[in-house]
Design a protein around this ligand. Structure first.
Ligand code: C2E
Ligand code: MG
Ligand code: MG
Length: 412
């Protein structure tokens, strides 16, 4: 699976595009963006699946930007028909829903790419270039929104399949952990290593959480996976400490599903006691949107974790619809500002102002600020200007295996 790359402008990219989406404002926005940022041409627009099919009878195109939820014929249904009839047309699915089973379903039906509408305005053109060059595109899909019931029915058989596979993977020890460094802006050194789970298939293929996390959360299997990550990440930190790296911490992502039975607190207590690491060197990351699903429960668990001395960060902050006011009510130590704010920070003043106000507010509330997804020097410079405390992203390092992590630490 190809990562999105910084593809350079192709001279011959005068692709013909059809936009199918039921919101006219949305179609207008897309069209303006495509025409202002590329040589590609929007040749037609459709407001539902049926209209799209009748347009295709008359007009040729190279690419369809296809909304998943449309009246008459939805995106998945239209996709199947179009791919059978016009196999050469590339199809990029656009959706509001963070749901990986959709992605799998859409790809199985022949889609070439799958993109969240929230990311479109920063990544659409590169995604089109990527799919026209024969790769498939998907990015940053995690389960952050509920799936509409109509599609849930359709996806059922698929989910059961994934759940069975996950169960087997758990018993075969196929889950492994990568570590992505987080750097302090003060001295440029690694302050923490974030544990990111991967599924290594017996054939060596490594799957990112995008493939299995949503299914594992729905089935509850995330509890087992989460416990595995917690135990092993803390063990790993202990080993790093034993060879002299005593200033770094390890960050572990918790799913709110793990909060539902109080077990998580006992698990954390146990790993802290067994490893003897200072509790504040364990950072727990919980996404804002998951915390917001059950605010009372999240607050309760955060309080207990805080009593144990653990450091708590609100992950993917800024996209979970909590008002800033809420944050002071959550007993957290810091905010990890979502990548979507950073993506276009160099040339988008609104995003820059938003990031600035989050950082200012966080400082006022004595919260640590971490920015994730930093991909270039300009973004870094802007973040330095905004006095952000810690940064993480491909610009500094991709997630590393345990062996690569040791090498990276030794290089400091
Ligand atoms: P996250 O915690 O927000 O982690 C950051 C994700 O962004 C990681 O993806 C990381 O590889 C990716 N990333 C980091 N820097 C950059 C960058 O500069 N550019 C881009 N495009 N991406 C960057 P990954 O490893 O695929 O993880 C996705 C999500 O899955 C994580 O988002 C986290 O919410 C979840 N996750 C990962 N491991 C676990 C786990 O053990 N338990 C739970 N509950 N969730 C996990
Ligand atoms: Mg995280
Ligand atoms: Mg995040």
């Amino acid at each position: 699976m190809a990562e999105l790359q910084n593809l350079t402008l192709e001279p011959d990219e005068d692709y013909r595009i059809i936009i199918a989406d039921d919101h006219q404002m949305f179609r207008d926005g897309l069209k303006n963006m495509i025409h202002s940022k590329s040589k590609m041409n929007v040749v037609a627009e459709a407001s539902d699946g049926k209209e799209l099919l009748s347009i295709l009878e008359k007009i040729n195109c190279d690419i369809i930007l296809l909304d998943l939820s449309m009246p008459n014929l939805n995106g998945i249904e239209a996709l199947e028909i179009i791919k059978n009839k016009y196999p050469k047309i590339k199809i990029l699915i656009l959706t509001m829903y963070h749901e990986n089973t959709y992605f799998k379903h859409a790809i199985e039906k022949g889609a070439d790419g799958f993109m969240l509408k929230t990311e479109m305005f920063t990544s659409l053109i590169s995604a089109i270039r990527q799919i026209t060059s024969g790769d498939i595109y998907f990015k940053n899909l995690t389960d952050k929104k509920e799936i509409p019931p109509v599609l849930q029915e359709k996806l059922k058989p698929l989910k059961i399949e994934i759940e069975n596979e996950i169960e087997e993977a758990i018993s075969n020890n196929e889950f492994i952990i990568f570590y992505q460094p987080v750097f302090s802006m003060n001295d440029g050194k690694i302050s923490s290593l974030e544990a990111l789970v991967r599924w290594q298939k017996p054939n060596g293929e490594i799957l990112s959480p995008d493939y299995f996390l949503a299914a594992a959360e729905k089935s509850g299997q995330i509890r087992k996976i989460g416990k595995f990550v917690l135990i092993n990440a803390v063990k790993q930190l202990k080993q790093w400490r034993d060879i002299g790296y005593t200033n770094i911490s390890v960050s572990v992502n918790f799913s709110a599903i793990q909060f539902e039975c109080g077990q998580i607190i006992d698990d954390v207590k146990e790993v802290l006691e067994e490893s003897g690491i200072p509790p504040d060197k364990l950072r727990v990351e919980v996404t804002e949107s998951l915390a917001m699903k059950d605010v009372a429960l999240a607050k309760n668990i955060f309080l207990k974790l805080r009593d144990l001395g653990v450091t708590i960060l609100m992950d993917d902050f800024g996209i979970g619809h909590s008002s800033l006011k809420y944050i002071q009510e959550f007993p957290v130590h810091g905010l990890k500002i979502d990548k979507s704010f950073i993506d276009s920070i160099e040339n988008n003043n609104v995003n820059k102002l938003l990031t600035q106000s989050i950082i200012t507010m966080a400082k006022h509330l004595k919260l640590k600020t971490v920015v994730e997804g930093v991909e270039n020097q300009k973004q870094l410079e802007t973040l330095r200007e905004l006095n952000c405390e810690e940064v993480q992203g491909f610009y500094f390092s991709k997630p590393l295996t345990d062996k690569e992590t040791i090498i990276r630490l030794a290089e400091e």
